[in-house]
Write a protein that binds this ligand. Sequence first.
Ligand SMILES: [Zn+2]
Length: 372
Amino acid sequence: MYLQLALSRAGYPLNLDGIFGNQTCAAVEEFYGTFGSCGIEGQAGERLLPYLRGYRSNEAGNTVFYPFPVVSGRVPYSSFLTKLAVDGLVKRYPAIETGSIGTSVTGKEIPYLKIGRGPKEVFYNASFHGNESITTPVLLRFAEEYAGAYAAGGEVGGVSAALLYDNYTLYLAPLVNPDGVDLANGWLDRGASFRGAQAIAADYPAIPFPSGWKANIEGIDLNLQFPAGWEEARAVKFAAGYTSPAPRDYVGEAPLTAPESVAVYEFTRQHDFSLILAYHTQGEVIYWKYLDYNPVNSYQIARYFGSVSGYTVEETPAASGYAGYKDWFIQEYNRPGYTIEVGRGINPLPMSQFSSIYEKNIGILVGGMTEI
Ligand SMILES: [Zn+2]
């Protein structure tokens, strides 16, 4: 699919079906001008990579940007594509800075993007869960539209990008669980990590593999790792049968044992976030509450998010009411924190839902700054 996306962007439009059939073969041949040799996979990858980054270097060593946006909404994301997109965004938009909040179990980077220089810091993250990676391009596209509007002196979501930039500092972590995302999307090679996950999944045969995978690669659910009612979460999930590493819902041996959750935790503690959004999928619902905490304006902001997205505002159900990132954030800081559940259907949600999900969320993404 990435090859097909790159070829499409290079002027050879293809269906992005992931099947290396006659049309894709013909496009590869035309792109390279080497007919009868469409088996040149390695080379095909290398020369088409610029089309995934959105820029190339010309012979004089200057950067040339392609006329299409960096962030595609047509293909499922992986750590590979996220890295290329982040590279492309930072290169193209001076407003975007990047860095790392940590690394996954297998050593993959967990990147962050930073936009703005204002005194109020906010933090949005996505893809805590492996098979919820449609949330990754939600944040990446927002970064692109915001930074593009800033460069052009325009608006994003009806608000002046310059106003946002000067008043807020936005941090985005679009891919909290790179290993889990790669596994669920079929990007992981069939090495030791894959086989380890397969062995974990064999204990939970009712969960489809790998498409039902939410956890990190060691079978720990990263959104059940936070020190906010972790014992309660453990009791609930153990009672439901998740007593060992699993594709989802296993809380781990203790809070903050999975490196990806630790990375988000530490990153949060190093900042002074006024508000956080944790992006998940399923149900078009906004969860705003943890226990009886009632951060100032939290419910009003939730209602606002509901009004601009059309999503339902609900209190967190007891079965998933503990040990999540937003639960811990609310408990620790008594400030507004939200789980945003986008889309409907079976995870991973098809990318055909992406445009509509993004449109529904633009008001939330902007409102996460302007409403605090
Ligand atoms: Zn989730």
